[in-house]
Design a protein around this ligand. Structure first.
Ligand code: DLL
Length: 433
């Protein structure tokens, strides 16, 4: 039986949702016009005022916001509430440029935790469960968000944060954790460590995992589910829009329901910025309807995906987003060909390799090179050069048919690629260094 955390809203008829979104959009646009001078100026420059926003269709009249705006307005320029009304700050890891700093009022935190509670409930969580949160705690939103959601559901929450892998496994076993929350790459690493400790899926009580914060393939899902003996659910979100729980998977495990009472999703062509019809792939854009302290309108996520309103067997009516293929800025252009790391991952996992790989891109004599370092499993490891060459050839062929270009493949020894406890670093692009 499918469980819901907030059944009326999660299964609301479409007309009811349109009514709610329209009412909230009108109110939110008025709020940013009155309280966020940075966005008001953008609206004025585009010749739009709050009176022009009467229906959901009017959304497209509003200007976009992008990461560049967040940098320009850093740290306080996009705030919609006075600092005295804010109770929390979270921030991105900020690999390039300034970090994104997001502010929350008490109510913002409350609504964010509701979204995470919906995700945990959709994964089967109840107050009978023990939920181990192994996302990082601190400025990163993963730990705090799922911790809050887990409390709301009433799970006994174990805030292990990331790292200390053997202790994670000890707690899972000793404290009978039934739900695990962490990045998919860390879940894979936990599974690998378990195997090394001689433990199989029947030795742990876990039944579900809630994994997100980075792109992961269906093949990786299959592997994690088998090693940990669980059902693995995807969860999506970003700091700019509160954190995890913007969208989450249900029992159908086929796309993530976007919490439409809090966020309006659009798909645009990233180049022309034109809004695309349902079913077409493009860049995901969100408007936050209920956030007061950091109310972003038409925020360009750079995540590439597809939206679908096909009826879902779980009974939820909220629109679904496909797994993002990675960010548009993760996309590599190699000799003119667009390559997503997730495509490479699919080829490797389909040929039985673990999700431990690194993609190294360089430019030699004005030509781009693509070198994929792939870790062998201990069972594959051999000093038979013929066997290794045959394996490499198969991978080169698989990559060629997936990507349409020739890559160099290097097979490396088991455990030689650094494991991640949070988001995995898959790509080293030396052209940018
Ligand atoms: O990663 C929030 C989060 C924490 C989501 C825990 C899920 C679980 P940021 O660090 O701001 O926030 O990174 C946001 O990560 O724009 C996507 O590119 C990527 N991302 C997040 N979830 C997924 C996912 C958190 N399920 C950026 N699949 C987003 C693919 C994801 N990519």
């Amino acid at each position: 039986m499918e469980r819901y955390y907030q059944p009326e809203i999660e299964t609301a008829p479409r007309e009811e949702m349109i009514r709610l979104q329209t009412e909230r959009l009108i109110k939110q646009v008025k709020h940013v016009w009155d309280d966020v001078p940075y966005y008001r100026k953008k609206m004025e420059d585009k010749g739009v005022s709050p009176e022009d926003i009467k229906t959901l269709d009017d959304l497209k009249k509003l200007p976009f916001l992008s990461k560049a705006d967040l940098r320009e307005a850093y740290p306080y320029g996009l705030m919609g509430a006075p600092l005295k009304d804010c109770v929390r700050i979270q921030s991105t890891s900020g690999t390039t440029g300034k970090r994104v700093v997001a502010f929350y009022t008490k109510e913002d935190v409350d609504l964010w935790e509701d979204c995470c509670a919906r995700a945990i409930t959709a994964a089967g969580g109840t107050n009978e469960d023990v939920c181990q949160v192994a996302y990082g705690y601190g400025l990163f939103t993963g730990g705090p968000g799922l911790n809050g959601g887990s409390h709301k559901v009433g799970c006994l929450t174990i805030p292990t944060s990331s790292g200390n892998t053997e202790r994670q496994i000890m707690f899972i076993r000793d404290l009978s954790a039934t739900i695990l929350c962490c990045t998919p790459s860390y879940a894979a690493y936990l599974g690998e460590t378990m195997k090394e400790m001689g433990l199989g899926p029947d030795d742990i009580p876990l039944k579900a995992g809630i994994f997100g914060a980075e792109a992961w393939s269906e093949e990786m899902r299959r592997d994690i589910q088998a090693t940990l003996g669980i059902k693995a659910y995807d969860i999506y979100g970003l700091t700019e829009l509160s954190g995890p729980g913007v969208a989450f998977e249900c029992s159908a495990q086929a796309g993530m329901h976007i919490n439409e009472d809090h966020f309006i999703a659009e798909i645009i062509d990233p180049v022309t910025e034109e809004v695309l019809p349902e079913g077409q792939q493009g860049e995901l854009v969100f408007t936050a309807l209920t956030k007061r302290a950091f109310p972003l309108i038409r925020y360009r996520t750079r995540d590439i995906c597809v939206l679908s309103r096909e009826k879902c067997p779980c009974g939820r009516t909220h629109v679904k987003m496909s797994k993002p293929r990675g960010r548009s800025d993760d996309m590599l252009i190699i000799r003119g060909v667009n390559v997503f790391p997730s495509q490479i991952e699919t080829v490797l996992l389909n040929q039985g390799y673990p999700a431990n790989y690194q993609i190294i891109v360089d430019r030699v004599n004005h030509t781009d090179t693509l070198d994929v370092q792939v870790e062998m499993t201990p069972e594959m490891f051999t000093d038979n050069m013929g066997e290794i060459a045959a394996r490499q050839k198969l991978l080169v062929e698989g990559l060629r048919s997936m990507l349409g270009l020739t890559a160099k493949v290097t097979l490396v020894a088991p455990k030689s690629i650094v494991r991640s406890e949070g988001k995995a670093v898959r790509v080293i692009d030396k052209r940018k260094i």
